[in-house]
Design a binder for this molecule. Sequence first.
Ligand code: DX5
Ligand code: ZN
Length: 216
Amino acid sequence: MKRIISPSMLSADFGNLARDTRMIDESAAEWVHIDVMDGRFVPNISFGFPVLKSIVAATEKFMDVHLMIVEPETYLERFVKAGADLVVFHVEATEKVEECIRIIHEAGAKAGISIKPGTPVDAIREWLPMVDLVLVMGVEPGFGGQKFIEGSTDKVRQLKALREELGADYLIELDGGVCRDNAEMLFEAGCDVLVAGSAVFGAADPKAEILALLGE
Ligand code: DX5
Ligand code: ZN
């Protein structure tokens, strides 16, 4: 299975957004992770469409948009129009899971579903055959730079086993607390995609850090 790194722009320097985005564009990272927070689903507000637009304009890479907003169904189409290749919403944020998946697919993007550290894999089991990706949070959503919650690895293993069992083909993405010390273990547990914010942007050489996370 291919290994993908998705650097989280939440940890970029917003005064130099185009520069930091171009740096990712030239790196071995295949995806760019966009964290949208509304101050309601999580106790933090990040950014919305204008910032996403500037990032999209500075890279050709795959846009991995992670929505930490309540009632995501309201905005899904706009995120796809703004350039998202993949839109990930939280199961805890909506009553309309199936509708969210349908809206994203009809708008022409890949659909992902995410679970917080306290939400078991069982809570999303019925939708696993319909989604293109499952995002497992490795920290409580809301902030970059937190410590990885060890129990998250078990969910990755469960999702890998379920993919076999169900004959499904979703990718498994882990977001939060990824660093040099746990990346190899997470890929081996079954992750296809690792999000890394502070590990990449806090490194003296971000491009070299991306290669290190890939195990290269
Ligand atoms: C947290 C975000 C993450 C965050 C990851 O709510 O979803 O994407 O930016 O940051 P690090 O890699 O620093 O834990
Ligand atoms: Zn994220």
